[in-house]
Design a protein around this ligand. Structure first.
Ligand code: PLP
Length: 479
C-alpha cells in the first residue's frame, strides 16, 4: 500500500516537474523501491524529514500561478498582489500605491502597520498567545469588560469570525425559546430580512435572505430549517409574519409541537445587500414585537459595528437596544476575532457544554481587540468617522450631480457608504471598481449595482478628497 502510494505520488509529481523542481526532487528521492528499501536502513525520523517539503523550498515568484493550481476557487480575485501597507495606503509587489477604501472589507479600521496594534500583538505573542478556554485569560476578561462598559450588553462570548458569532446567536435564540423563556417552543422560528447577509456557515447562510447563496447547499431542497424572510424595513409584513409564526399549525399541534418566534435577526444597516440603512420605526416595531411575545431582538453588527457608522454600534442610530448582537471584522482591526454579546436573561442562556470555540477570545486576538479599543478612545475615532463620513457624503452627492447618467443616490452611515450605479449606466459596479483600481483607488462592490466606500476609520480629509478625485477619473471613462 505504502509502496504503490509513493509511486503514484511520484508519477503525479513528475507530470508537474516544472512547478516545484526542488520539492519534486526531494519527494522523488524518497520513493521507495524494493531495492532501495533493502539497501537503506533509514530511521523513521530520517524518512519523515526527507518526505516533507519545507516551505522555504517552495518557490513563490508566481503567486497567481500558485493560486490557480493550489487554492480552491471560492473567490473571484483581482490580479493584484499587495506587498505592504501603511495607514490608508497599500503598495503592490511592483511598488504601485493604492488608496485603500476597502480596508480588508470594513475590517482594518486602524489602517495598515498601525504601531499600537502591532506593538500589542508582538508583545502578546512574545508572552503567551494561546492557552484555550480551559483557563482564565486576562485580555479576554478586559476586552469583555470594555465591550460591556460601552454597550447595552451584559456578557460576551468570543469566537473568530462574523459567521461564527451569528451561529452562536442562532443557537442562543433557539435555546432561549426552548428552555429559558418559559415558552417551551419546539419549533423556534428566526425571522431575518431579504437581502440580508449573515455569513457562510450553514445556519448563518440559512439566515441569509438571498437565495443565490443557498444554491447547491440544500438537503431535499431545504436549508437549515427554522428561518423565514421578510422585506427589510417593511413594518406591516413584519407584524404579519410575527403573528403567523407565533401560531402553531394544527398538524404540528397534533404531534405535541409548538411553533413560535425565537428571534428577529437584522443588520442595522444591510451591508452586502447594497448599503441599505435600517429605518428607526421599523426597528422600534421589531423591538416591541419581541417584547410582546418574549422573542429576542438580535442585531448583526459584523459590518456596521465597532465605530463604522459614527457610533460604536449601528443599532445606536436606530434608538433601540437589542437583546443580542454580534461583532467581528473591525473588532480586531484585521486580527481575526468575533463576539456574541447578550443582555439580561439572554446573557445566561449559553452555559458550560452548550457552546465553545477553541480559539475564541485567545490572548493574541484579545490583545488586538484591546489595542483597537484603546486607539479608538485615545484618537476620537468616532468623531473622525462622523466628520469624514459627512465629507464623503457631500463628495459623492457632488459626483452624482455631475455624472447623472451613471450615478444615482449615495447612502449609508459614517464611513460605510455606497453609491448606486444606474441600471442603464452602461457600466457595472464591478467594472467601476476595476477602473478605480487602475487609477490607484481600491473599492469594493456591495451587490451588483452599488460601489462601496469603507476606508480605515483613521482616514484623513486629504485622503477622502483624493479618493473622490480618483473615483471621478474612473467615472470620466464612462461619461
Ligand atoms: C453583516 C455581516 N454578517 C456576517 C458576515 C460574515 O462575517 P465573516 O466573513 O467574518 O464570517 C459579514 C461579512 O461580510 C457581514 O457583512
Amino acid at each position: 500500500m505504502q509502496l504503490s502510494w509513493s509511486l503514484l505520488l511520484a508519477a503525479l509529481l513528475s507530470q508537474n516537474s516544472n512547478a516545484f523542481s526542488i520539492g519534486t526532487a526531494i519527494r522523488s528521492s524518497s520513493v521507495a523501491t524494493p531495492t532501495t528499501l533493502s539497501a537503506t536502513l533509514e530511521s523513521p525520523a530520517e524518512t519523515a524529514k526527507k518526505s516533507l517539503v519545507p516551505p522555504s523550498e517552495i518557490p513563490d515568484d508566481d503567486v497567481a500561478g500558485m493560486f490557480e493550481k493550489f487554492v480552491q476557487k471560492t473567490y473571484g480575485r483581482y490580479p493584484l498582489t499587495i506587498a505592504s501597507g501603511h495607514g490608508c495606503t497599500l503598495t503592490d509587489k511592483d511598488g504601485k500605491e493604492y488608496l485603500d477604501f476597502v480596508a480588508g472589507i470594513a475590517t482594518c479600521i486602524l489602517g495598515h502597520s498601525n504601531k499600537e496594534l502591532s506593538d500589542a500583538v508582538t508583545s502578546q505573542i512574545n508572552t503567551v498567545h494561546h492557552v484555550s478556554n480551559l483557563y482564565l485569560i486576562p485580555s479576554q476578561a478586559k476586552l469583555a469588560a470594555w465591550l460591556v462598559e460601552n454597550s447595552c450588553a451584559d456578557k460576551v462570548f468570543f469566537c473568530n469570525s462574523g459567521a461564527e458569532a451569528n451561529e452562536g446567536a442562532i443557537k442562543l435564540a433557539r435555546r432561549h425559546a426552548a428552555i429559558n423563556s418559559g415558552r417551551e417552543i419546539t419549533d423556534p422560528v428566526i425571522i431575518t430580512a431579504k437581502q440580508s447577509f449573515h455569513g457562510r456557515t450553514l445556519a448563518a447562510l440559512s439566515a441569509t435572505g438571498q437565495p443565490k447563496y443557498h444554491e447547491g447547499f440544500t438537503y431535499g431542497g431545504e436549508m437549515v430549517q427554522g428561518f423565514t424572510y421578510v422585506e427589510y424595513n417593511n413594518i406591516e409584513e413584519l407584524k404579519k409574519v410575527v403573528a403567523e409564526m407565533n401560531t402553531t399549525p394544527p398538524e404540528l399541534e397534533k404531534e405535541g409541537r409548538k411553533r413560535g418566534v425565537a428571534a428577529i435577526m437584522l443588520e442595522p444597516l444591510q451591508g452586502e445587500g447594497g448599503i441599505i440603512p435600517g429605518n428607526k420605526e421599523y426597528f422600534q416595531t421589531a423591538r416591541q414585537l419581541c417584547d410582546d411575545c418574549g422573542a429576542l431582538l438580535m442585531c448583526d453588527e459584523v459590518q456596521v459595528g465597532m465605530g463604522r457608522s459614527g457610533k460604536l454600534w449601528g443599532h445606536e442610530n436606530l434608538g433601540i437596544e437589542p437583546d443580542v448582537f454580534t461583532s467581528a471584522k473591525a473588532l480586531g482591526g484585521g486580527v481575526p476575532i468575533g463576539a456574541l454579546l447578550a443582555k439580561g436573561e439572554a446573557a445566561n442562556v449559553l452555559v458550560p457544554g452548550t457552546h465553545a470555540s477553541t480559539y475564541g477570545g485567545n490572548p493574541l486576538a484579545c490583545a488586538a481587540g484591546l489595542a483597537v479599543a484603546q486607539y479608538m478612545c485615545d484618537h476620537d475615532l468616532l468623531g473622525n468617522v462622523q466628520a469624514r463620513g459627512q465629507q464623503l457624503t457631500e463628495g459623492l452627492a457632488d459626483l452624482a450631480a455631475k455624472y447623472p447618467s451613471i450615478l444615482a443616490d449615495s447612502r449609508g452611515w459614517g464611513l460605510l457608504k455606497g453609491i448606486k450605479i444606474k441600471d442603464d449606466a452602461g457600466v457595472t459596479a464591478g467594472e467601476l471598481v476595476g477602473d478605480a483600481m487602475k487609477e490607484g483607488l481600491l473599492l469594493v462592490a456591495a451587490g451588483p449595482s452599488v460601489v462601496r466606500f469603507v476606508p480605515p476609520l483613521i482616514v484623513t480629509e486629504a485622503e477622502i478628497s483624493k479618493a473622490l478625485e480618483l473615483f471621478e477619473n474612473a467615472l470620466k471613462k464612462h461619461s
